[in-house]
Design a protein around this ligand. Structure first.
Ligand SMILES: *Cc1c(COP(=O)(O)O)cnc(C)c1O
Length: 422
């Protein structure tokens, strides 16, 4: 099936006389006839639902759809993109382990790994994703357990050379985890280029309407954990909390997602509400149509801005001449995303006053939904930083993050024109 068809037809498959639309299994718990059967479920001897903190059918049907869109073998939903990235790493790292992290990842991911996971004893080395391979090699240590990066970084819009990163990770016998939130599986499938695990903040384009916070993790099934039992004891040696189940032996290619579900979800509990999974599923149905329009609109806006005399610079990987144009053409030939960034010749002050004049584009802390929105990181998300600190963090003081929505491109451009010239 092509992706357009997967988005509509996969996941929930109604039987005769059953609801056509994915039902919301609004139930914390599931009923069984015998105590013995319930016992087998707890021992992972039998598969079945028993408590929504671990698994819920509505969530699983939606995860299955995302899994097929990415071309993976198993997937799970989480309560947020933050939870997805946390579980994706924590599933294979523990105190004493080490992560190689791209410097341009989303601020939330950066803090998660460099601040919170550090307190858990997991170290990390931050690398420049554009650095040559010889340079990146130096970041790996004997206790490195994974590499983490983003297909299109939020908000720097750096396009990842996925093949380069996969090659590096694999030459050090560790998996590459790619956060594919901005590109979505419609525009890029990181597994095709060697990534092993993909994560998403479904809050963004997948939901697409700014309705529900959510996340997802997808496993390609390609990384052979059992070849490195010393590195991945959590997957390759018995889990005493399940009477000695060894995930790689019992669940094969589903080992990684099964462990994240039955161990991390059980213990940490960041499950997505079934109601939110239902909304996510509605969003997924139109994802291909929306991505096409987001990209077309963003390109039109980026072209307009790049020719405007008051605009100092425009960053959009879909724009010819952009530093990442060639990489974007290779990894996402049908389009990148709807987010662009730009700066004004008047700098920081001009940015703030232009934004106040926008009528259609709203100032909100969000990106990647149907409504055009705008944010000035130096005044909002990063306002505690000095100009020097901002530059170090890869956020220019004049950077305006502009998330192009699904309105008509002419109206979005007219809004920018009146704000720039008014
Ligand atoms: C928003 C975002 C996240 C965090 O997701 P939440 O759903 O807000 O928790 C992670 N990665 C990227 C690339 C994002 O844009």
């Amino acid at each position: 099936m092509k992706k357009e068809t997967i988005c509509i037809q996969s996941g929930w498959q109604p039987g005769n006389g059953e609801p056509r639309i994915l039902p919301i299994y609004q139930s914390t718990t599931f009923k069984y006839e015998t105590s013995e059967q319930m016992g087998r479920l707890f021992d992972l001897e039998e598969s079945g639902y028993f408590y929504t903190r671990l698994q819920n059918p509505t969530n699983d049907f939606v995860a299955e759809k995302i899994c097929r869109l990415e071309g993976g073998v198993a997937a799970m939903l989480t309560s947020s993109g933050q939870a997805a990235n946390y579980y994706a790493i924590f599933n294979i790292c523990e105190a004493g382990d080490h992560v190689v992290l791209s410097s341009t990842v989303y601020g939330g991911t950066f803090n998660l790994i460099t601040v919170t996971m550090k307190k858990m004893g997991i170290e990390c080395t931050v690398v420049d994703p554009d650095a040559p391979e010889e340079e990146l090699e130096k970041a790996f240590k004997s206790n490195t357990r994974c590499v983490m990066a983003e297909t299109i970084a939020n908000p720097a819009l750096v396009v990842l050379d996925i093949e380069k990163f996969a090659r590096l990770a694999h030459s050090h016998q560790v998996p590459l985890i790619v956060d594919n939130t901005f590109a979505t599986p419609i525009n890029c499938n990181p597994f095709v280029w060697g990534a092993d695990i993909v994560t998403h903040s479904t809050t963004k384009y997948m939901d697409g309407h700014a309705m529900a916070v959510g996340g997802a993790i997808v496993d390609s099934g390609n990384f052979d954990w059992s070849a490195y039992p010393d590195k991945y004891p959590g997957l390759c040696t018995p889990d005493e909390s399940y009477h000695g189940v060894t995930y790689t032996e019992k669940f094969g290619k589903a080992a990684y997602i099964t462990k994240a579900t039955v161990q991390l979800m059980r213990d940490l509990g960041s499950i997505q509400a079934p109601q939110n999974a239902f909304l996510l599923n509605v969003g997924l149905e139109t994802l291909p149509l929306r991505m096409e329009r987001h990209c077309a609109n963003a390109l039109a806006v980026a072209q307009y801005l790049s020719e405007h005399p008051k605009v100092a610079w425009v960053n959009y990987p879909g724009l010819k001449g952009n530093k990442y144009y060639e990489l974007a053409q290779k990894y996402m030939p049908n389009g990148t995303c709807g987010v662009i960034s730009f700066g004004l010749k008047g700098g920081r002050e001009a940015a703030a006053s232009m934004m106040d004049k926008l009528k259609l584009a709203a100032i909100v802390t969000h990106v990647a939904d149907a409504r055009t929105c705008v944010l000035h990181p130096a005044s909002h998300t990063h306002r505690q930083m000095t100009d020097e600190q901002l530059v170090e963090a890869g956020v220019a003081p004049d950077l305006i993050r502009f998330s192009v929505g699904l309105e008509h491109a002419d109206d979005i451009i007219e809004d920018l024109r009146q704000a720039l010239e008014g």
